[in-house]
Design a protein around this ligand. Structure first.
Ligand code: KG4
Ligand code: ZN
Length: 367
């Protein structure tokens, strides 16, 4: 009997050692904790994701830019430098996790403002050396696209299936992307000039509204008549977009109206916002319908800062009436955040896709 017991213990030990060996070599761990770092523009954010579940995400926004009517790169870099360590501390406390329990550090390599990216990149590299954990570089745009795959505690969430089409609308990008897996992205259409976010921000500036203009226009538009004013929509072939013509026609329209009535903007602000927002929404939705038909892919997602826009969200959801399955990101995952960087990091970790300490940040970085 004691002999059988020792054989049994021996076999158990053998399999335990074998499991540990493969777990080490193949990264086969049950629990994977990824620390995400995002600093591509004017938000300093750090998050911890355990497998696909978000444990905590802290964002320090920078109000310093409001009075300049746009992000001042030098001020953004300085603010990242002073914010990044307190943000890390708060994130770890909220996640109730120690740095030693982190399995890899995912950081935004680009695209974005070079000075801002440098702060996050250098910090991620220093931390990686300090805690001896691997680095994972992340494309910020992939973060927006994969933000739909972040789950929260006790959430029973449905994830979009593959392939799907993502309409990525932010301050710097407007793209329709075919997402075939967490690792395969294909740009089907893009803006040939301004991004949708820029179109919002520039029109807001013309009307004397605060930066960033998108959320302000969205708010004022809720009290306005979206059909009061008509703005010409450009005719761009295929799945590409153009917003600079719309912006210019808006500018000329306002200039002409002010000549007749100097109070034109103040007297019509809500209707102007609603009409302008409707025009952008129509331009985006028309192209999305075209993409669905052309590629025969019936699942679509929305991503990027502009996807917080209430009118765009409404129009996107209404596409369900055409038999299209639509996924909207939660509002907190629309603007820049590190949870979306950590989720890309998680997928790359599963793929053993680690990066070198020598990789410099990239201001331009295609998906
Ligand atoms: O993705 P994001 O946070 O930063 C970039 O990667 O660019 O997007 C910022 C953009 C800004 O242009 C801002 O005006 C726009 O998102 N935005 C909105 C709304 N909230 C943010 N645009 C329209 N409606 C909103 N509610
Ligand atoms: Zn972004």
């Amino acid at each position: 009997m004691p002999r059988i017991a020792s054989i049994y213990i021996g076999i158990c030990l053998f399999f335990l050692i074998l499991h540990e060996f493969y777990a080490k070599v193949l990264n086969l761990k049950d629990i994977i904790n990824i620390l995400g770092i995002e600093s591509s523009c004017d938000d300093t954010s750090i998050a911890v994701i355990q497998n696909q579940t978000l444990l905590s995400s802290i964002i320090a926004s920078q109000d310093v830019h409001v009075k300049y009517g746009g992000v001042v790169p030098e001020l953004a870099s300085r603010a990242h430098q002073s914010n990044i360590i307190p943000v890390l501390h708060e994130t770890l406390i909220k996640a109730d996790i120690k740095l030693n329990d982190i399995d890899a550090i995912a950081y935004t390599r680009g695209p974005g403002l070079l000075g801002s990216l440098l702060v996050g990149t250098s910090f991620a590299k220093g931390l990686s050396i300090g805690i001896q954990k691997p680095l994972i570089e992340v494309n910020h745009l992939q973060g927006h696209v994969l933000s739909h795959f972040i789950a929260e505690k006790d959430e029973n969430k449905e994830f979009p299936e593959f392939p799907h089409l993502c309409l990525l609308i932010s301050g710097g990008h407007t793209q329709i992307i075919k997402v075939s897996s967490p690792y395969q992205f294909e740009i089907l259409g893009t803006t040939i000039d301004d991004a949708a976010g820029e179109a919002f921000d520039k029109a807001a500036k013309v009307m004397g509204l605060e930066y960033p203009g998108g959320p302000v226009i969205d708010k004022l538009a809720q009290q306005g008549d979206a059909h009061k004013f008509k703005f010409a929509k450009p005719k761009i072939k295929g799945l590409n977009f153009s917003f600079s013509g719309l912006k210019t026609s808006f500018l000329y329209f306002i200039r002409d109206q002010i000549k007749v009535n100097p109070n034109f903007i103040q007297e019509n602000i809500n209707d102007l916002c609603a009409s302008y927002q409707r025009t952008i929404t129509e331009m985006l939705i028309e192209k999305m319908i075209m993409a669905v038909e052309q590629y025969n892919i019936q699942t679509i997602t929305l991503g990027g800062g502009v996807s917080a826009n209430s009118e765009i969200r409404k129009a996107f959801t209404a596409l369900q009436n055409k038999g299209i399955k639509t996924f909207l990101p939660k509002l907190k995952f629309t603007t820049d955040n590190a949870a979306m960087i950590a989720i890309v990091g998680y997928y790359k970790y599963l793929n053993n896709d680690f990066s070198s300490l020598a990789s410099p940040p990239l201001a331009r970085f295609s998906i």
